[in-house]
Ligand binder design. Structure first.
Ligand code: BTN
Length: 268
């Protein structure tokens, strides 16, 4: 039986689960102001730009969140997009967002010494409020991933900008926390360093490492959840995530539901 070094990470089976890949080589492109770093990265991908290109902006005029939400992007925050050409299958793409979220959570926790959690699929939470998010844009032809753009936003400081009481209730900035918030560039360096490791794990399909780390950081683990999916609202107790990054919910009948795509309406 063929048993490569990488297969050993996942137990030894006949089918190699991953390929050996070179670590991500990063090349940084800085901008003062852009519409959205994901949009700038998309334009660069048209010119066949290399994997590992990072577009960073001090502020965005049309920052985007998931489901076409606006992403408030004043100077003082961290906004960047990493251009990737992942050598994984299309069904594993949700794990890319999870790998990015793990890198952000690890980096905030190390820089701030604040416990950091992830609300599935990729909202970063500190002190019960959202501090960062991930927006993945992909170009896929059939079973081929042409590219993926991992857009990352972290609320570092608002730079004096006011926000509504509703936003204050749900969101937090690192500068609001006790202690010294890192500079956006320090956090950028930490996130990119950590992401390189998580991305490598994804490429070699070290799924157990990703799933275990996510479940340890999960804000929803063990809680009663209601999630809005395209087929309606589903509810159950969160038991973790699947090998494809789906949220697993055990309902009152004991059945485990897999939520591949959706938003969390409530958790208790
Ligand atoms: C979310 O939580 O809904 C995702 C937020 C992602 C925001 C980042 S900021 C950098 C990149 N450019 C964008 O327009 N969006 C992402």
């Amino acid at each position: 039986m063929f048993c490569s070094k990488i297969n050993l990470l996942n137990g030894c089976d006949d089918e190699p689960r991953g390929i050996q890949t070179a670590p991500l080589r990063l090349s940084l492109k800085w901008y003062d102001e852009v519409t959205s770093t994901n949009e700038v990265a998309k334009e660069l991908m048209g010119d066949e730009v290399e994997e590992g290109t990072v577009v960073i902006a001090k502020q965005q005029t049309a920052g985007r969140g998931r489901y076409a939400n606006e992403w408030f992007s004043p100077e003082g925050g961290l906004y960047f997009t990493v251009a990737l050409r992942p050598r994984i299958t299309v069904r594993h793409i949700p794990l890319l967002a999870i790998a990015v979220a793990l890198a952000i959570a690890d980096s905030i926790e190390l820089s701030m010494l604040s416990t950091t959690q992830i609300k599935w699929p990729n909202d970063i939470y500190v002190s019960g409020k959202k501090v960062g998010g991930v927006l993945i844009d992909t170009s896929i032809s059939g079973e081929k991933i042409n590219y993926a753009l991992a857009g990352i936003g972290v609320n570092v400081s608002r730079g004096g900008e006011e926000v509504s009481p509703l936003v204050r209730k749900r969101a937090i900035w690192l500068s609001d926390l006790v202690g010294c918030a890192p500079q956006p560039t320090e956090l950028l360096t930490a996130i990119l360093g950590s992401f390189t490791t998580w991305y490598q794990r994804l490429q070699v399909m070290d799924l157990n490492a990703i799933i275990d780390a996510f479940n340890r950081r999960s804000l929803l683990m063990g809680r009663e959840i209601q999630a809005q999916t395209k087929d309606g609202i589903v509810s159950g107790k969160c038991t973790g995530i699947s090998e494809q990054g789906a949220l697993l919910l055990r309902n009152s009948n004991g059945d485990v539901l897999e939520v591949m795509e959706g938003t969390i309406c409530s958790w208790s």
